[in-house]
Design a protein around this ligand. Structure first.
Ligand SMILES: [Mn+2]
Length: 225
């Protein structure tokens, strides 16, 4: 009853958003595990992601924890009358703060990290999508995606009864990150730390949230206690 093929990535594969090549050997040193999976129930889909660091991955664990705190704050933003794109923008600000707090970047303020496209190199997809009888339910896009969020599938103002995913991510994807690391902003990054994190791939944390009359219910967290 899975509504889509589960994405299960170990180590550097955790940073591949939708991959199709599978290793048949377990890695010598497990560092991270990302599971993006769901179930279909009475015709409706769920779409949940969790990332688990290996116990000895202190730096990666701290990043997972930081992203989880951000994800909780983003879920709390869900309410009727809120523009979904505003939650997406908040994500970029939060990731900027996290990159600095974790020591990956220094000497650039949060605003610059967003404006210069640094946060987009770490978080290249949208904050989420509608969820319903399809996993990426039709969003009835009334407007095109905003210029600063071209991959955002949903651009509507939230209304009671809508169900959305909130799924911030933070990935070490060489094809996106290396141009930034080797560009004019490169001196602001801790290359050694980032190189080490490549082996952990990335983080995504995704919950399913329903808009209520005065706020939201996080269906995923309710079920996981
Ligand atoms: Mn999703």
């Amino acid at each position: 009853e899975a509504p889509y093929h589960s994405i299960i990535g170990v180590n550097e594969h955790a940073g591949t958003l939708h991959y199709q090549f599978y290793d048949t050997q377990a890695p010598e040193r497990p560092r991270s595990l990302l599971i993006d999976a769901g179930v279909r129930f009475r015709g409706y889909c769920s779409d949940i992601t969790r990332t688990t660091p290996a116990p000895d991955e202190r730096r990666f664990s701290a990043l997972v924890q930081g992203l989880e705190q951000l994800q909780n704050r983003l879920c709390e933003m869900v309410a009727p009358g809120v523009e979904y794109a505003a939650i997406h923008r908040k994500t970029h600000q939060g990731i900027a703060a996290l990159l600095s707090a974790a020591g990956l970047v220094s000497g650039l303020d949060d605003e610059a990290l967003v404006e210069q496209g640094v946060t987009r190199a770490f978080f290249p997809h949208g904050i989420g999508h509608f969820l319903g009888i399809q996993v990426h339910d039709v969003a009835g896009k009334l407007e095109p995606s905003p210029a600063d969020a071209p991959f955002l599938r949903l651009t509507r103002t939230l209304e009671e009864g809508m169900v959305v995913t909130i799924e911030p991510g933070l990935y070490i994807i060489s094809s996106l990150l290396d141009p930034v690391l080797n560009g004019p902003l490169g001196k602001h990054f801790d290359h050694e730390v980032i190189d080490d994190l490549r082996g952990c791939g990335g983080i995504r944390i995704e919950d399913n949230v329903v808009v209520t009359s005065d706020g939201a219910r996080n269906l995923t967290r309710e079920m996981s206690g």
